[in-house]
Write a protein that binds this ligand. Structure first.
Ligand SMILES: CCCCCCCCCCC/C=C/C(=O)SCCNC(=O)CCNC(=O)[C@H](O)C(C)(C)COP(=O)(O)OP(=O)(O)OC[C@H]1O[C@@H](n2cnc3c(N)ncnc32)[C@H](O)[C@@H]1OP(=O)(O)O
Ligand SMILES: NC(=O)C1=CN([C@@H]2O[C@H](COP(=O)(O)OP(=O)(O)OC[C@H]3O[C@@H](n4cnc5c(N)ncnc54)[C@H](OP(=O)(O)O)[C@@H]3O)[C@@H](O)[C@H]2O)C=CC1
Length: 277
């Protein structure tokens, strides 16, 4: 028997039915939760990421569990957002397949933990290219190919970097860049009916894939002593905020970043200051 699909039921399907969305990194973790929620609400969704086997498997699973009666509502393709040509192709292929693009969720991203002093320029650039430049390219391409003429909504997933991000300097800088990019694009594109917002999850949203990236299944559990709500967050708790921002309920919200972190960013960080040498 297929596993139950976790989706929130707080949104009215009539607000989303027939809309078309792109979710980068839509086959795992937070991106998968967003994809499932949008499919459940009646959207057509294109998911895209680098690992074609993994995204294909995720797409096949969601077609049979979430939209068994409308499997063509979910498309998938390989796309590395660091590559401009891949992104151009992602946007044009989605338009070819679904005819329009109402929503883009820039969720694909990530990094590796390292003290700043040990990060090579190649490693730094890999993280900046992924999280800042990749997000920029997706935004620019969907605007140029579709949203300038037709409007739309963009949500960028960033991170809790508000107090600095020790061991994550590269991604902290990139996500702070996206926070500011969000504000600029919101102003530049408002006259065309395009809204741009960000969502900043706390550093304790558990998914198997996210934990696997750090080679430690308990990596998020280690954060619990500085998490005021004293529990891990779920991808679905991020996806419901994303869907709210995509929906007409947020029609006057643009250039904003919403923290989904149970007040963690207001409290202490996990990082312990080392003894000086
Ligand atoms: C107290 C300390 C612990 C702190 C840890 C707290 C963690 C809490 C969670 C923080 C909140 C954030 C959560 C999340 O973001 S969850 C999502 C996790 N998912 C991912 O990160 C997936 C995507 N990530 C990646 O694909 C990669 O990290 C990367 C963006 C770097 C892309 O890698 P890719 O392999 O495609 O890149 P390159 O082959 O081009 O590699 C370029 C160079 O990058 C350096 N590098 C890459 N990986 C590592 C590594 N694991 N460690 C060190 N250096 C790395 C390296 O220089 C690469 O070049 P070389 O291969 O030539 O050496
Ligand atoms: N989990 C957490 O606590 C937090 C997560 N975040 C952010 O939320 C987003 C989702 O993370 P999460 O679901 O937790 O972790 P996952 O590792 O499950 O998701 C990362 C996704 O991004 C995709 N991706 C990575 N690089 C690229 C690229 N260059 N081009 C296209 N797709 C890419 C991956 O797919 P593939 O490997 O196939 O490319 C994967 O699907 C990320 O941006 C993450 O940094 C932020 C704060 C906290």
């Amino acid at each position: 028997m297929a596993a139950a699909v976790k989706v929130s039921s707080v949104f009215r399907k009539s607000l989303f039915k027939g809309k078309v969305a792109i979710v980068t990194g839509g086959g795992t973790g937070i991106g998968k939760a967003i994809t499932q929620e949008l499919l459940h609400l009646g959207c057509k969704v294109m998911i895209a990421s680098r690992n074609i086997e993994r995204i294909q498997k995720a797409a096949e699973e969601m077609r049979s569990t979430v939209v068994p009666n409308k499997p063509t509502n979910l498309a998938h393709m390989q796309c590395n957002i660091r590559k401009e040509d891949n992104v151009k192709d992602l946007i044009s292929s989605t338009l070819k397949q679904f005819g329009k693009i109402d929503y883009v969720v820039n969720n694909g991203g990530g990094q590796f933990p390292s003290p700043a002093s040990n990060i090579s320029v190649k490693g730094w650039n890999a993280v900046i290219d992924t999280n800042l430049t990749g997000t920029f390219i997706v935004c620019r391409e969907v605007y140029n190919q579709w949203m300038e003429q037709n409007g739309g909504v963009i949500v960028n997933i960033i991170a809790d970097m508000w107090k600095g991000f020790p061991t994550m300097s590269h991604t902290g800088a990139a996500r702070a860049g996206v926070d500011n990019l969000t504000k600029t694009l919101a102003i530049e594109w408002a006259p065309d009916g395009v809204r741009v917002n960000s969502v900043a999850p706390g550093s304790f949203i558990y998914s198997e894939t996210a934990a696997a990236n750090y080679g430690d299944s308990k990596i998020f559990h280690h954060m619990l002593d500085v998490v005021p709500v004293k529990r891990l967050g779920t991808p679905e708790e991020v996806s419901s905020c994303v869907c709210y921002l995509l929906s007409p309920a947020a029609s006057l919200i643009s250039g904003e970043t919403v923290k989904v972190d149970g007040a963690a960013s207001l409290h202490n960080t996990k990082y312990e200051i080392r003894v000086s040498k």
